[in-house]
Design a protein around this ligand. Structure first.
Ligand code: DX5
Ligand code: ZN
Length: 223
């Protein structure tokens, strides 16, 4: 298991009117990747951004784009995001028809495959795919909106997933997304998370870069 904490600030909570400036701030502060929440208004009740924006982000940052697809049937539109420059692509086990096929396509395109699940889905749903992914994301809110409260049940899911990965002899990055702040980061890091997504707790703070580094420091001190 990696002994460092990867920070992936979620631009969903940034000012969409000045995205480039928001991104520059977290990039300068040492972000490891940039979390891009793609929502389709079907799989989740919100509608956010699509491939043209992913493509535009690629032009304004050198950070790897950590693209979280909250969309129905990613099987059909996956290539749009790969072509737009996604570096990591995470799909929902609930929303993809051919999970191994999609994970393979992501890897063959030169990107890093990730798999995630909703709070109501047991981590066992990921068991068949542990050897196929570089990242496993535990959602700690119901996907759809930034600024929701962390669901404590996700701590046990991270713990269980870390155990399952150790048993399988694999070590994908375990990421947590939803309600992450300086306090919840400690709990999930102790349970085995090594990558943290944070939206509100970064971009709704006066100094987003410093806020991001406080979360990383809190988590790192706990492992
Ligand atoms: C929720 C998104 C998250 C969201 C996190 O559906 O997947 O990435 O931006 O935002 P916070 O950190 O504010 O919960
Ligand atoms: Zn997300």
């Amino acid at each position: 298991m990696s002994d460092r904490i990867w920070m992936s600030p979620s631009i969903l909570s940034a000012d969409f009117g000045s995205l480039a400036a928001s991104i520059t701030a977290v990039e300068a502060a040492g972000a490891d990747m940039l979390h891009v929440d793609v929502m389709d208004g079907h799989f989740v009740p919100n509608l956010t951004i699509g491939p043209p924006v992913v493509k535009a982000l690629k032009r304004v940052t050198g950070l790897p784009l950590d693209v979280h697809l909250m969309i129905d049937n990613a099987d059909a539109t996956l290539d749009w995001y790969l072509d737009a420059g996604a570096d990591w692509v995470t799909v929902h086990v609930e929303a993809v028809t051919d999970v191994p096929g999609v994970l393979t396509r992501i890897r063959e395109a030169g990107a890093k495959p990730g798999l995630t699940l909703n709070p109501a889905t047991p981590v066992e749903a990921m068991a068949p795919y542990l050897t196929m992914v570089d990242l496993l994301l535990v959602m700690s809110v119901n996907p759809g909106f930034g600024g929701q409260s962390f669901m404590p049940g996700s701590i046990m899911k991270v713990d269980r997933l870390a155990f399952m990965c150790a048993e399988a002899g694999v070590s994908p990055l375990i990421q947590v997304d939803g309600g992450i702040n300086e306090m919840t980061a400690v709990e999930v890091a102790k349970a085995g998370a090594r990558a943290l997504v944070a939206g509100n707790a970064v971009f709704c703070e006066p100094d987003p870069g410093a806020a991001m580094e406080r979360i990383r420091a809190a988590a790192a001190a706990a492992i």
